[in-house]
Design a protein around this ligand. Structure first.
Ligand SMILES: Cc1ncc(COP(=O)(O)O)c(C=O)c1O
Length: 378
């Protein structure tokens, strides 16, 4: 089977985990602190707070911003469901904004229009509290435009950079543009800790509050155990952090291999009916997923295409989710097809192709050959 993804785990990664397991110190030790420091250095942030996963990272970031019942938080319509779920889990309401059809990221013009509309109503304006920006599949959103808009309305920006560790926009790292940047170390990301996440920030109060929220509400700066507010347990284990440390040492090598494979797909997909990922010149992506758009004529047959590819030993999947049209958000807020036309189209047509550090050009050629012949016969 040509797998959709294969985590880049090597012998030294395994040895690092074994060393921790043998040490008897499995939680709350120096590995987590070390991993946090290395990650902060890597992205160029002052602080990093390791988490059990990126969903927790996003949720706790919103709690730190005191997002609560009746608040409104702007999110793009197209993302993994956690991006919108965390808003609901704070009791607030996500306000979805459509995406750009080529980058799959939030459309800055539409973000501006939506905020202008919300701010025109005094009661609603008071409820708008934050913006979550997603860097879809490791390609950054236009953070220059977005930060300008956010600053105009004094709104904090949380970056859902789950797929974007190592990505840059105008040479500035994903996760360092807003008040907080949240990363995932799920095995489908370039580097992994199994489950795992991390938040980066330059704001010391934010960092301290996150550390307390992550650890039962214990003041991280107190010499004694002082429970200063109700918190969660969203800690990362020592053996996960040990894996993260050795993975992070190789991230540039892994990203370079993924880029090479992505560019090869671009090349062999040129002059075909498939729309390849669009890359603005200001972006350095991570190619967390290589997502093509199928020709519209066959988009309704995407599930069949995925199954036929599987029969040939090729694992593929859809892109990500049209969040407003999932059962929960559709029934709660009444969204309909047509409310987010670009998301409708991308959601229907997207197909993620296999991509990982060690995929060979022969495997990639086989994927495209099979995909093309299946689609041509439809
Ligand atoms: C855009 C986005 N946000 C959030 C998450 C949640 O990350 P985790 O699985 O680490 O909770 C994911 C996971 O794939 C994601 O792709």
């Amino acid at each position: 089977m040509i797998r959709l993804t294969v985590p880049s785990i090597e012998n030294d990664d395994i040895q690092n985990v074994i060393d921790v397991l043998k040490s008897g110190y499995l939680v709350q030790g120096e590995k987590v602190l070390d991993f946090e420091q290395q990650t902060a250095n890597y992205v160029g942030a002052k602080y990093a707070i390791a988490m059990s996963n990126c969903t927790a990272a996003l949720h706790l970031s919103l709690l730190c911003l005191e997002i609560k019942t009746h608040d409104l938080v702007i999110v793009p319509a197209y993302s993994w469901i956690a991006t919108a779920n965390v808003v609901e889990l704070c009791g607030a309401q996500p306000i979805f904004v459509d995406i750009e059809p080529n980058t799959f990221n939030i459309n800055p013009e539409m973000l501006h229009n939506k905020l202008t509309e919300l701010m025109a109503n005094k009661e609603q304006a008071k409820r708008v509290k934050a913006i979550i920006i997603v860097h879809a599949f490791g390609q950054m959103a236009n953070m220059r435009k977005i930060m300008n808009i956010a600053e105009r309305y004094s709104l904090p920006v949380v970056e859902d950079a789950a797929c974007a560790l190592g990505a840059k926009f105008d040479q500035k790292s994903a996760g360092t543009w807003g008040i907080a940047g949240c990363f995932s170390f799920h095995p489908r990301k370039a580097i992994t800790t199994g489950e795992g996440g991390i938040i980066v920030t330059d704001n010391i109060e934010f960092s301290n509050r996150l550390r307390a929220l992550r650890n039962h509400g214990i003041n991280p700066n107190s010499l004694t155990t002082d429970f200063v507010f109700p918190g969660f347990n969203c800690r990362m284990t020592e053996f996960q952090a040990a894996l993260g440390i050795s993975q992070l040492l190789k991230i540039e090598k892994i990203l370079a291999a993924r880029k090479k494979a992505a560019l090869y797909y671009d090349e062999i997909l040129r002059h075909t009916l498939f729309q390849t990922p669009y890359l603005p010149s200001s972006c350095t992506p991570t190619y967390q997923s290589y997502v093509v758009l199928l020709p519209r004529l066959v988009s309704k047959k995407r599930q069949m295409i995925i199954q036929l590819l599987k029969n040939k030993g090729i694992e593929t999947t859809i892109g990500t989710w049209h969040m407003p049209l999932t059962t929960y958000f559709r029934s709660r807020y009444g969204y309909q097809p047509g409310d987010f036309p670009a998301t409708d189209d991308v959601f229907d047509r997207s197909l993620t192709l296999p991509l990982h550090e060690h995929i060979s050009q022969e495997e990639q050629e086989f994927v495209i050959h099979e995909l093309t012949s299946i689609v041509q016969k439809m």
